[in-house]
Design a binder for this molecule. Structure first.
Ligand code: DHB
Length: 302
C-alpha cells in the first residue's frame, strides 16, 4: 500500500504537490481549480500591504528550458485579496499565504492579516530576484532575515515557511539563521536572476530587463540547494524549481525535501499536472519498493 501523504511540521498534506506562488493564484477560482486537479496545498500570490500594478509588458517569455518572468509583484493588496482567501477557505487542502514586505513591521501586519483571514501557514517571500526594496534585497541580509522570522513567529501561531533564493552566496548560512529564528520550514528555491536579449531590437526583451528564470532548466540548481540545506538544518524543506514529472519530485525528495511546489509545469502540462505527478510518484515508488514519502526524504544524503 503506497501512501504519498506528507507532513510539513504540523501541516498535513494528502499528497506532496503544492501549487507554487505566482501561477494560477490570482483569485480563489483559479486556486480552487488547481485543488480540483489534485494539488495537495496551494500557495497564494505574493501579497503586500498596498495594491501594486506590476511592470509593463513584456513580463513573461518562454525560453528553451523554462520561463523568464518579471511581473513586478502585481497584486491587489492584502485587504482586497482577503476576499479571495475567504472564498478559498471552502477547500479542504492547506492554504499557504505568501507575503512580501520591505521591513519587519509590514511582515508582521501581513502575517497577522493572513492568519485572521484563515490561511493555514505563511510563506515569507524574501527571494523575488528583481523587485526594488523587496524579496532578495531583504533575503540576502542575515540580520534582517533573522529579525523578520523571529518577530513574525512571536506574533502569530501559524507555521512560518521562508522561501529563499538560489542567488545567495551564503545560502546555507541563511538557512541556518532561518531555522534558529524558529521557522517551521524552508522553501527552496525561487527563480534565478536571468536575462534574454532580442538581437534584432538590440535590447533585453523583458520591460524590466532582468527577470527570474524558472522551469526545467533550473531543476539541478534547486536540487543542489535543497541537498546543501538538508545537510545543515533539521526543519522540513519544500523543494521547488523545475518539477515537471514525478521523477523530478522524487529527486527533490532524495535531496532532502518533504514536499515539492509546482509552478512552471502548470504552463507546460496544464492544471492536471498535479494529478499526473502524483500518479507518476506512486508508480515510481511501487516499482522501487518505497511505501512512504518519508522513506525517500534525504535518501541521497547518506
Ligand atoms: C515576482 C517574481 C518572483 O520570483 C517572486 O518571488 C515574487 C514576485 C514577480 O515578478 O511578480
Amino acid at each position: 500500500m503506497i501512501d504519498i501523504s506528507t507532513t510539513i511540521g504540523s501541516l498535513r498534506l494528502k499528497n506532496p504537490t503544492i501549487l507554487a506562488s505566482g501561477i494560477m493564484d490570482e483569485d480563489a477560482g483559479s486556486m480552487l481549480r488547481m485543488v480540483a486537479c489534485g494539488a495537495g496545498a496551494v500557495v497564494t500570490k505574493s501579497i503586500g500591504m498596498q495594491p501594486r500594478e506590476g511592470y509593463t509588458n513584456p513580463t513573461v517569455i518562454e525560453l528553451d528550458y523554462g520561463l523568464l518572468n518579471a511581473m513586478g509583484l502585481p497584486n491587489p493588496g492584502i485587504d482586497l485579496y482577503g476576499e479571495e482567501i475567504k472564498e478559498l477557505r471552502t477547500t479542504k487542502v492547506p492554504i499557504i499565504g505568501s507575503i512580501y514586505a520591505a521591513d519587519v513591521d509590514e511582515f508582521v501586519t501581513l502575517a497577522k492579516k493572513m492568519q485572521h483571514l484563515g490561511a493555514h501557514a505563511i510563506e515569507l517571500n524574501v527571494s523575488c530576484p528583481h523587485a526594488k526594496h523587496y524579496g532578495l534585497e531583504v533575503g540576502c541580509d542575515p540580520d534582517l532575515v533573522q529579525e523578520i522570522v523571529t518577530t513574525v513567529k512571536t506574533q502569530i501561531s501559524l507555521p512560518v515557511f521562508v522561501k529563499i533564493s538560489p542567488n545567495l552566496m551564503n545560502l546555507v548560512e541563511i538557512a541556518q539563521i532561518i531555522e534558529n529564528a524558529g521557522a517551521d520550514a524552508i522553501v527552496a528555491i525561487n527563480t534565478i536572476k536571468a536575462m534574454k536579449i532580442d538581437l534584432e531590437a538590440t535590447r533585453p526583451i523583458l520591460a524590466n530587463k532582468t527577470g527570474g528564470y524558472s522551469g526545467k532548466g533550473i531543476k539541478p540548481i534547486g536540487v543542489r540547494c535543497v541537498y546543501d540545506i538538508a545537510q545543515a538544518v533539521d526543519i522540513p524543506i519544500i523543494g521547488v524549481g523545475g518539477v515537471t514529472t514525478g521523477e523530478d519530485a522524487i529527486e527533490y525528495f532524495m535531496a532532502g525535501a518533504s514536499a515539492v511546489q509546482i509552478g512552471t509545469a502548470v504552463y507546460y502540462r496544464g492544471p492536471e499536472v498535479f494529478r499526473s505527478i502524483c500518479e507518476e510518484i506512486r508508480t515510481w515508488m511501487k516499482n522501487h519498493g518505497y511505501t512512504t514519502i518519508n522513506q525517500l526524504t534525504g535518501a541521497a544524503c547518506q
